[in-house]
Design a protein around this ligand. Structure first.
Ligand SMILES: [Zn+2]
Length: 308
C-alpha cells in the first residue's frame, strides 16, 4: 500500500485576517501530527504548481481573471464577507489545484494507491462564478474533471463530509450525471444549501444532519444514503472533500463526531473504492478549525488510508 501526502510551504502564505478560523496554523498542526513515526511510510511529495488552464474545468475565464486581479501587492483584501486574498494567494490556490490534479494522476498511474492533499485554500464552497466560504477555486471539482479529461474516467464520485454543505461542488455538477456528489453536513448551517430535495440530475445526494447529531446519526447517513449511492453509481474514482469540522471540538458547528468516525468513514469509502474504482481514493483537505480536533482527525484518516 502506498499512501502519498502532498504539501507545500506556499500553502502557509495564503493569509487571512487576524482571528480568522481558516489560518496557516491548521496546516502546521497537521504537519506536526504526521511527524509521528507511525506515518514514516507516507510517500511525502512537494506539491507541483497547477496548470491555470485546468481551473477552466470548473470556472469561466472571467471569474478566474476576477480572482487573479483581486490579489493585492501587499496586505489582505476581501473578496467576500469571509473570504480574502493576500499576495501569495494565487500561487497557493494554483498549487492546491496542482496537488489535487497530481493526486488524480498518481492513483490512475498506480504511483500511489491513495493520496491525501494537505492544502489551503479549501475549495468546496467555490461555485462556478463565486468565491466564498474561505474558498477561491473548487479543487475537488477541478480534480474530478481532470480525471475525466486526462484519464478517461467516465464516472467520478465526490464524497464531502465537511460539516458545511459543499454548495460550490453541487453548483458545478448540478446538471452533470457523470459526477456524483454526496454530502453529509449540518443543517441548518452556512451556506444554507444541501436539502434532501436538492437532487440535480439525480446525481446529488444530500444527507443533512440536525445540530448536535453524533456518531450514530452520521454513520446511519453514510450507510443508508452515501454508500448505496456509490454502489449504484460505480465510480472510477472517489474524491473525498475531507473537512474535519464535524469534530465535536470544532468551534464553527455543532456535530459531535470523533476521530474514530473519520477512521470508520475512510474505511467505508476505501471498501467502496475497492469494489468499483480499483481502490482509487484522492482526499483533499477542506475545513476543520479546532487545531487538536483537526490534527487527530487527519491522523485517523491518513492512518486508515495507509492500512489499506
Ligand atoms: Zn466546513
Amino acid at each position: 500500500m502506498v499512501t502519498r501526502l502532498y504539501s507545500h510551504p506556499i500553502y502557509l502564505e495564503h493569509l487571512t485576517p487576524p482571528g480568522h478560523p481558516e489560518r496557516p496554523d491548521r496546516l502546521r498542526a497537521i504537519e506536526r501530527v504526521l511527524e509521528d513515526e507511525k506515518f514514516a511510510a507516507l510517500d511525502r511529495v512537494k506539491a507541483p504548481e497547477g496548470d491555470p488552464a485546468t481551473i477552466l474545468y470548473a470556472h469561466p475565464k472571467s471569474f478566474v481573471d476576477k480572482v487573479r486581479s483581486a490579489i493585492p501587492e501587499e496586505g489582505i483584501r476581501s473578496v467576500d464577507a469571509d473570504t480574502s486574498v493576500s499576495p501569495k494567494s494565487w500561487q497557493a490556490a494554483l498549487t492546491a489545484i496542482g496537488a489535487a490534479n497530481a493526486a488524480v494522476d498518481d492513483v490512475f498511474s498506480g504511483r500511489a494507491d491513495n493520496v491525501f492533499v494537505a492544502s489551503r485554500p479549501p475549495g468546496h464552497h467555490a461555485e462556478k462564478t463565486t468565491a466564498m466560504g474561505f474558498c477561491l477555486f473548487n479543487n475537488a471539482a477541478i480534480a474530478a474533471r481532470h480525471a475525466q479529461k486526462a484519464h478517461g474516467a467516465e464516472r467520478v464520485a465526490i464524497v464531502d463530509w465537511d460539516v458545511h454543505h459543499g454548495n460550490g461542488t453541487q453548483d458545478i455538477f448540478w446538471d452533470d450525471p457523470s459526477v456524483l456528489y454526496c454530502s453529509t453536513h449540518q443543517m441548518p448551517l452556512y451556506p444554507g444549501t444541501g436539502a434532501l430535495s436538492e437532487t440535480g440530475a439525480g446525481n446529488i445526494v444530500n444527507a443533512p444532519l440536525a445540530p448536535r447529531s453524533g456518531s450514530d446519526v452520521f454513520r446511519d447517513a453514510f450507510l443508508s444514503r452515501v454508500l448505496p449511492a456509490l454502489d449504484d453509481f460505480a465510480p472510477d474514482l472517489i474524491i473525498i472533500s475531507a473537512g474535519f469540522d464535524a469534530h465535536h471540538r470544532d468551534p464553527l458547528a455543532e456535530i459531535n463526531l470523533t476521530e474514530d468516525d473519520f477512521d470508520w468513514a475512510t474505511g467505508q469509502l476505501m471498501e467502496s473504492a475497492d469494489r468499483h474504482a480499483r481502490g482509487r481514493v484522492v482526499s483533499l483537505l477542506e475545513g476543520g478549525y479546532d487545531l487538536q480536533g483537526l490534527a487527530f482527525s487527519v491522523a485517523a484518516h491518513v492512518g486508515r488510508m495507509m492500512k489499506g
